[in-house]
Design a protein around this ligand. Structure first.
Ligand code: 6PG
Length: 240
């Protein structure tokens, strides 16, 4: 793993830098392998980034979109990460529907949907059970509590090492999430984190010693590149 930390002066500069990095990694993936696989983060921070990506002139048929986690709600629900990304980006560009791989949340059984999505990923990436595919780019956010994707503090999802997808739990609400080992297999992981409310958790995530179960973003130590893109409000006390 090689870790790069960049602190940008404000949210707008953070989003612009995130765009530049994502575009560079997309173009490199397409140049090297003919396609780019990218997993999106949810929440509020990345929405302006997705809006900017939608304004680019990219080979949309060569880009495959996944999600690193999803709330267990229909894709029409206001809390849906799929809904946010479609509105901000995917509905604005001519990307083939078959290039968009949302996490299923329709069976009423999160564990069953997690298994279904895992099977879909294995089919797409031609991997066998127990084998972890390497996505080109995984975008991540970080909660005020130090969670990432839907790997929340002191939840069972943190311990899952033999699956690609598992069921996360936020205050009793089920979520589907990439597991830590799947995230760590990525070629490039990019955290995009903004705001002063993230500062205390960031201090723990970047500390030499802290509780990984309390601050699950510490579990993200990918084989490939790890980028932390922070705005000044979140990252002013962080050294690279
Ligand atoms: C989600 C996200 C989650 C998010 C963090 C940060 O489903 O909410 O995937 O991991 O990235 O909670 O959220 P904000 O960007 O809204 O602060």
């Amino acid at each position: 793993m090689n870790k790069v930390v960049e602190v940008l002066p404000d949210k707008e500069a953070l989003i612009q830098r995130s765009l530049e990095l994502v575009l560079a990694k997309m173009q490199a993936a397409i140049a090297h392998r003919g396609l780019c696989t990218i997993a999106l983060s949810g929440g509020s921070t990345p929405k302006p980034l997705y809006e900017k990506i939608a304004q680019q002139n990219l080979p949309w048929d060569k880009i495959h979109v996944f999600w690193g986690d999803e709330r267990y709600v229909p894709p029409t629900h206001p809390d849906s990460n799929e809904r946010m990304a479609r509105q901000a980006w995917l509905d604005q560009v001519p990307m083939p529907a078959s290039n968009i791989h949302p996490m299923p949340t329709g069976s009423g059984d999160p564990a069953q949907d997690a298994n279904l999505h895992e099977a879909d990923l294995q089919a797409f990436f031609h991997t066998q059970p127990g084998e972890f595919p390497a996505l080109d780019i995984i975008l991540l956010g970080m909660g005020d509590d130090g969670h990432t994707a839907s790997l929340f503090p002191h939840t069972d999802a943190l311990q899952v090492r033999d699956r690609l997808i598992t069921v996360g739990n936020k205050d009793g609400q089920p979520r589907l999430t990439f597991t830590a080992p799947l995230i760590n297999q990525a070629r490039t992981v990019i955290f995009v984190v903004a705001g002063a409310s993230k500062r205390p958790a960031l201090a723990q995530v970047f500390a030499d010693v802290a509780d990984d179960s309390q601050y699950p973003s510490r579990l993200i130590q990918p084989q490939g590149e790890l980028w932390w893109l922070l705005d000044q409000a979140a990252g002013e006390e962080i050294q690279g």
